[in-house]
Design a protein around this ligand. Structure first.
Ligand SMILES: Nc1ncnc2c1ncn2[C@@H]1O[C@H](COP(=O)(O)OP(=O)(O)OP(=O)(O)O)[C@@H](O)[C@H]1O
Ligand SMILES: [Mg+2]
Length: 66
């Protein structure tokens, strides 16, 4: 198991980007964390690493999300 410790949102995004760039097609990633833990920051980077070009938004408290 690998553990990454980050000090801010940008660092968390960078870790996400690195990991997102190394997953194989079809991989399923399950993620959990407390409110404000940095899930969306991580996912923004992860999507970028996968080459996905779109806004990443948080589902938390949202009434409508595209
Ligand atoms: N190491 C860190 N990694 C990510 N975010 C951090 C970190 N330290 C502080 N923050 C701050 O914490 C907040 C994390 O927000 P983010 O939306 O990514 O969390 P979340 O887990 O998606 O929250 P929610 O459960 O509300 O959807 C941001 O305001 C960010 O600036
Ligand atoms: Mg979120």
């Amino acid at each position: 198991m690998a553990i990454f410790k980050t000090k801010n949102s940008a660092e968390t995004e960078s870790v996400g980007e690195m990991l997102g760039g190394s997953v194989k097609d079809g991989t399923v990633v399950a993620m959990f964390g407390d409110l404000g833990a940095g899930k969306t920051a991580f996912t923004r980077g992860f999507a970028k690493g996968m080459g996905i070009r779109c806004d990443v938004s948080s589902p938390t408290f949202a009434l409508v999300n595209e």
